[in-house]
Design a protein around this ligand. Sequence first.
Ligand SMILES: [Ca+2]
Ligand SMILES: [Ca+2]
Ligand SMILES: [Ca+2]
Ligand SMILES: [Ca+2]
Length: 464
Amino acid sequence: MLRSALFAFSVFSAVSFSATFNVSTPGEFQTALTDASGNGEDDEIIVAPGTYELTGTLTATITDGKNLIIRRDDSSPGYVVLKPADFGDKIRLMRIVAQGDSSVAIKGLTFIFGLVESGIGGALFVNSDTGSVVVSECKFKSNRAHGDGGALSLQSQEGNLTVTDCEFYNNVSYGSPAGCCGGGGALDIRSNYGNVTVENSIFKMNHSAHNGGAIEAHSSTGIVRIESNIFEGNSSGAGGAVNAGSINGTVVMVNNMFHNNQSYGLGGGAFLVNTPGWSGCLQGGNDCPPSPVHMYVVNNTFHSNISENIWGGALGVAIWNDNSGLHVYNNIFWQNINRDTDNYRGDDLFVHTGTNPSYAPTIELYNNIFDLNASFTPSGGAVVSEDLYIWNATNYSYGGNIKADPRFVNSGEGDLHITRRSPAVDSGNNFAPMLPSDDFESDPRDTHVDIGADELQRGSRRSR
Ligand SMILES: [Ca+2]
Ligand SMILES: [Ca+2]
Ligand SMILES: [Ca+2]
Ligand SMILES: [Ca+2]
């Protein structure tokens, strides 16, 4: 019955040079992409629900300077599933190159079992010059790439890139045979001069051989915004869930839940960095200061994240410029672990300010909940404790931080909502920069903001 409904909606298919294409087979889909690429019009490709078994990559190189929308036909029920025709086929499912100022929007598609052996974006690769790219309401399951972005890679020179309301499960970025690279187990998203946004999405059980088990995100001069996502069970070399950076821009991480993510080193939950050459700088002990960047970590919840080796069980930050700033407000850090037991390397937060020399960025630490073995007081120019480590505390300020059990609803089952008697309730800083107006699940923040990603909804939340 579903199938006949599908075909009923696909009778207006693929009229050449039309601005709207209705497609219901892989062949029609590719024909529409080819026609749309150079027809001189803005195009919309409406894809009928159904399973599209691909024998090659759906491809478009947009040369007409116009915009392209690809979306599920939401007038009929069911998923649009793109997958290789045979399970063992090595096929990247879709590749879109948008030249000039062409923008691309992809909505409502499901990508499974995509694989690219030498390249980035195992399921979907989109590249733009100056146009925007938006991927929304898409699902990515069990895709793989040897390069960056096990499922999805978005790249742009100047365009704004956005991923919103998507889900990523079990995607892997393997790394090249030489052992390099392979960042962003689920998502690799980079714009040189545009903004990068990842919001309202779920990332579970993704893995990267290098950086960012779920996400590798970068903008050289724009804003990297990671907001209201759920990260659970992701793993990598550095940044168990998130590796985000900027050379001379802004990184904003707000309202995210980090639970049970794991890295080999450098941030079991997330690793934020303000230079692309950080590893060379670290390993060589070299002096390679990047330009100033500001990083805002506000109203996130980090629970049970693990760094197996060095630096920051929940959050690791490398910030290496005297004029940079790290602003950490209203976060919950609880039961995170750094297994480098020889040194105090910060179960909850480690801030690396460079070794030769050590830079003195502005570091603000206000109204956070930390684990019980944190000390906030600087001593000898640093903050050294099991749960909190700040390499250079010259320009460090702090206040309103709490060491106490945040009283989650059920952390064992991954429910990191707070309960009525949580010390997080109404204990946040109302003057935090980048303070979100809603919480991670779009509940409004009230007049006394709570600490963490969740704002308690009075009258609806059970109490403990
Ligand atoms: Ca076109
Ligand atoms: Ca601890
Ligand atoms: Ca409140
Ligand atoms: Ca809430």
